[in-house]
Ligand binder design. Structure first.
Ligand code: TEU
Length: 566
């Protein structure tokens, strides 16, 4: 069914992501939980967000912090009970906030009952996963015997040998995350039925984990191998497989995504803007929007995310502008700099030194939130939280970080270099618990936090942020208010100015007779503005930032938003 051409309800919405284990702990076990979230609902309402995206709370052995699900229909006792969940839904809805659940269906946990059954070659569920014999002519279980040469996203081979049956199963992520075989219609039916149960329970949509990996190019075959590399990184060839659109359309129909006006966002590794347009076009809606990775890879070299490269501002501006243009007429953008997999933006692209942190966090927020699309705030971003500042491998918990450390140091990379990469890029940078106040462990828990808090939690915490009338938190409230109030911010046509400028990020949004102009100094130096190249600001109204007086020179990280009525 096609969506009517009127705007979907999320076209003026702002989303807030909660990573439950790090949000707020109510019972003192060191892990955040559902009652902890419930205790902060007034905080979310006051911030003004419209949607909460909740990272996984399902039963899980937590090999990948809940992205390895053992039971899709039950709440992990670590987080609470189904009654707590119902209370959370009711509390959010009472405040006019919608709830979007994480949907992780490219893979399950190896402890899921489906996989347990599937281990038996005679089971009708054998085909629910990708079981394959060893490579022909190679002794099963020996090096090189994997059915294909694919590597896993978390290091090592993408295949795990199962001695009992003498076959291998595919896992694009950890060996405890076996990939589901979406070619099998029973798998799809089981997933759609599960989604329907959650919708019936009151959830308003889904954030779909690595959803463009569900259709794989069959038959599974070797990928290109770089000289000297043990495994192929061309696991990419399994993204955007030939049946992806078909599977998404079937899901849409079976779950009633359009009829029930459900919010959907598909996380898509290796998806370009043209593909995103076909997935999010409002004439053939398969998804509400897509999470791209392109802008998140501009500060890395050919060696992957831990191969650090400096960000060139013109590249980042160009990438966002490209997505704005590609999805301008048909399709819809998501807007994000942070999530539970990415480092803190103020440390990564900004300046987290005490003199610049607040202004830099506000500048990054301003440019993101003034683009066209749906902005996402990741918990803690709204108080300008910084990277974790870990210096020892013992401080990390993330499976990707630990595997990378083990592999890289074994391959002879000096530990200091590996730690330097992790300090900038590890996923744990985003996962440190939220400091609510300046008490022990930032008032996150009465017990011992599962991951250490940032060392700066005594100064960078929610209590301090709420007290600062011109701080990062107040700034986010204003940005959310602007999106709710101005149609030009929701719908205005985007245009990038001064694309090659190394420090200034300047763009306009235009709708009929109104133009919004954003001028931001994305650097820690005073920067002069070539005013003759900007729209005339004589009668402009300053909506946000600065004193409005002199725009010839911008302070470090000063960002201004003007409204010009033509
Ligand atoms: O992430 C998908 C993904 O490919 C990357 O973001 C990955 O986390 C890593 O950063 C690659 O370097 C999603 C989830 O967001 C992530 O937390 C899960 O670990 C992953 O899928 C598997 O479910």
């Amino acid at each position: 069914m096609n969506l009517p051409l009127n705007d979907p309800w999320w076209s003026d919405a702002v989303v807030y992501q909660i990573y439950p284990r790090s949000f707020s702990d109510s019972n003192g076990d060191g892990y955040g939980d559902l009652q902890g979230i419930i205790s902060k609902l007034d905080y979310l309402e006051d911030l003004g967000v419209d949607v909460v995206w909740l990272s996984p709370i399902y039963v899980s052995p937590h090999d990948d912090n809940g992205y390895d699900i053992a039971d899709y229909d039950a709440v992990d006792p670590l987080f609470g009970t189904m009654a707590d969940f119902d209370e959370l839904v009711a509390g959010l809805h009472l405040r006019g906030i919608k709830l979007v659940m994480d949907l992780v269906v490219n893979h399950t946990s190896d402890e899921h009952a489906w996989f347990a059954e599937s281990r038996d070659p005679a089971s009708p569920k054998r085909d629910w996963y990708f079981w394959r014999p060893a490579r022909e002519g190679v002794e099963p279980g020996t090096p090189g015997a994997e059915p294909t040469n694919w590597g896993s996203f978390f290091g090592g081979s993408g295949w795990e040998y199962d001695e009992a049956s003498g076959e291998y199963y595919l896992h694009l992520f950890s060996r405890k995350q076996p990939d589901l075989n979406w070619e099998n219609p029973e798998v799809r039916a089981a997933v759609f039925a599960m989604m329907n149960r959650w919708v019936d329970r009151g959830v308003d949509g889904f954030r779909m984990d690595v959803i463009n990996l569900i259709s794989k190019t069959m038959p599974l075959a070797d990928g290109h191998l770089e000289p000297g590399a043990p495994y192929s990184r061309e696991v990419q060839r399994v993204a955007n497989g030939p049946r992806l659109v078909e599977f998404l359309e079937e899901m849409n129909a079976e779950v009633g995504i359009d009829e029930r006006r459900l919010f959907t966002v598909g996380e898509m590794v290796l998806c370009d803007a043209a593909q995103a347009r076909t997935y999010t076009s409002r004439h053939h809606p398969r998804l509400g929007m897509v999470f791209t990775f392109e802008h998140m890879s501009l500060d890395q070299g050919a060696g992957g995310k831990f191969d650090l490269a400096p960000l060139r501002l013109p590249d980042l501006k160009a990438n966002l502008a490209h997505w704005q243009a590609e999805l301008a007429e048909s399709g819809w953008n998501s807007l994000y700099f942070e999530n539970h997999d990415q480092p803190r933006v103020v440390s990564r692209f900004g300046d987290d030194s005490p003199g610049h942190r607040v202004a830099a966090a506000k500048a990054w927020a301003t440019v993101l939130h003034l683009h066209k699309g749906t902005p996402y705030i990741y918990q803690g971003e709204e108080i300008g939280m910084t990277n974790a500042g870990f210096t020892r491998i013992e401080q990390y918990r993330d499976i990707e970080s630990l595997n990378y450390y083990a592999e890289a140091t074994a391959a002879g990379v000096p530990a200091e270099r590996v730690l330097a990469g992790l300090a900038l890029k590890s996923r744990d940078n985003a996962r440190t618990p939220i400091p609510w106040g300046s008490g022990p462990h930032g008032d996150f828990t009465r017990g011992t936090p599962w991951l250490p808090l940032n060392a700066n939690a005594d100064t960078i915490n929610v209590q301090a942020a709420l007290a600062a009338s011109d701080g990062v938190h107040a700034h986010y409230r204003r940005l959310i208010g602007l999106r709710h109030s101005y149609e030009v911010i929701q719908k205005g046509v985007f245009a990038l100015l001064l694309p090659e400028h190394e420090k200034l990020w300047v763009f306009t949004r235009t709708l009929t007779s109104e133009t919004v102009l954003v001028v931001a100094n994305m650097s820690s130096e005073l920067t002069s503005v070539p005013v003759t190249e900007l729209p005339d600001l004589e009668d402009a109204e300053l909506l946000l930032g600065g004193s409005g007086a002199d725009i010839q020179t911008l302070e470090p990280w000063e960002a201004r938003v003007y409204l010009v009525r033509n």
